[in-house]
Design a protein around this ligand. Structure first.
Ligand code: CTP
Length: 408
């Protein structure tokens, strides 16, 4: 796993309590460590019966605290609670949630939770109908009112063989919730950001369509970078080939017209628009209700095409009237004269920024994990980026837009 900027060198205190889901906490600790976080683990006595401290120590390379405390441990542990960026309690049993709600401090973890100055994120895990019990629900409501964040539980098969709500969510999902928790207070905190991703498709008949090679990688990376910067994200996506980042409000579209309608509605109160989608510029003049047969003479060999709407031009008109979105960034996918075409698109579409990318350059463009961008504003070149991951490109674009929004 690659390092993740929002997690890099962050101090995560991982509290593990007694549930079979402890084995998932090991995977979580490993993923967090690989992503660059500094993970200190605190296990309850019951948790240490499921997984050994050595297991966590092996994946984090850092000390693990258990309930066999010495005075030194106690002081150090409380100190960790004070300096951590986030306390994650995963799995969080019904018993631990009850103790946290009551402010009980009978083991190292609950002592630390009381001493913690950082946000607390809990991932409940419990079997049978325990999760639905009014006592558990009341404890969670109380904790939520006090600012505790919750991720899950999920529905599925539990250790007892019963199926229901109560499983701890998967480590990869929990990692996404940890990112969201750490993003609060980021450079786009309190901002609404609209991002488009992927291709649009224009149907010829029920089985065929006109589209392009976009897979949505760059747009999804921008959505993740905006979430990591603390934004509320609306992601308007054509048919993309990767999962939608957790935390984004997903609007699924197919055609250019659907994307245009969704964008014009979403930008009404938006601080920024990142128009990353590769929008289909043409659609068939007519669509057949039935599959076109190769013997259908009326279709002949030629397909008549008409222009679709230019979404950014529609946004420009709306923006001139309402002032929203406050900042607009477009992409220019070019195969020749990238700089000149990019600059003229910036002016024509009334953008603050345009990310020009020569889609024929080695390692750049559709489907690959890297991109090479020149970012332009009306004042000229803002940043000439080296060939780098689409994630790194996304973070730079978010950086520049946040700077403009924040007046710096
Ligand atoms: N775009 C849009 N609506 C369209 C086509 C493109 O809003 N119908 C947006 C893209 O999302 C991108 C920018 O406009 O942010 C430039 O897209 P690009 O395909 O590079 O340019 P086009 O406007 O399609 O111009 P051309 O076909 O001449 O390259």
């Amino acid at each position: 796993m690659d390092s993740i900027t929002v997690l890099k060198n962050k101090r995560i205190l991982l509290g593990v309590t007694g549930s079979i889901a402890c084995y998932k906490a090991v995977d979580l600790a490993s993923k967090l460590t690989q992503a660059g976080a500094l993970v200190d683990v605190s296990m309850s006595g019951a948790a240490a019966q499921f997984v050994t401290p050595l297991t966590f120590r092996s994946v984090t390379g850092r000390p693990v605290f258990t309930d066999m405390w010495s005075l030194d441990d106690h002081v150090r542990h409380v100190g960790l609670g004070e300096t951590a960026d986030l306390l994650v309690i995963a799995p969080a049993t019904a018993h631990t949630l009850a103790k946290l709600a009551q402010g009980l401090a009978d083991n190292l973890l609950t002592v630390t939770a009381l001493a913690a100055r950082c946000p607390i994120l809990a991932a409940p895990a419990m079997d049978g109908g325990m999760y639905q019990h009014p006592a558990v629900q009341a404890n969670m409501t109380l904790l939520r009112e006090r600012g505790t964040l919750f991720a899950g539980p999920a529905e599925g098969r539990m250790a007892s063989g019963l199926t229901g709500l109560g499983r701890m969510i998967e480590p990869s999902e929990l990692l996404a919730h940890i990112r969201l928790a750490l993003a609060r207070g980021g450079s786009l905190h309190g901002r609404h950001v609209v991002i488009t991703a992927g291709p649009t498709q224009e149907a010829l008949d029920p089985v065929r369509f006109i589209s392009n090679r976009s897979t949505g990688k760059q747009g999804l990376a921008v959505a993740q970078a905006a979430l990591d910067a603390g934004a509320r994200v609306t992601l308007i996506a054509g048919p993309v080939r990767q999962p939608i980042p957790i935390g984004a409000e997903h609007v699924a579209v197919t055609t250019t017209q659907e994307m245009a309608d969704a964008v014009c509605a979403a930008v009404k109160d938006a601080d920024a628009l990142f128009m990353v989608a590769a929008v289909a510029d043409f659609r068939p003049e007519t669509q057949s209700d039935q599959k076109i047969k190769k013997t259908d003479q009326e279709w002949g060999l030629a397909i008549g095409l008409e222009r679709t709407l230019d979404i950014l031009s529609a946004v420009k008109e709306q923006r001139e009237k309402t002032g929203f979105p406050r900042v607009a960034l477009g992409f220019a996918a070019e195969t020749q004269n990238a700089f000149e075409y990019g600059r003229s698109k910036l002016l024509r579409k009334g953008l603050n920024y345009i990310a020009v990318n020569d889609v024929t350059a080695a390692g750049a463009g559709f489907g690959v994990d890297t991109n090479k961008i020149i970012l332009l504003s009306s004042a000229g070149v803002v940043e000439k980026m080296p060939l780098q991951s689409k994630t790194a490109v996304a973070e730079r674009l978010v950086h520049h837009v946040a700077k403009t929004l924040n007046g710096r």
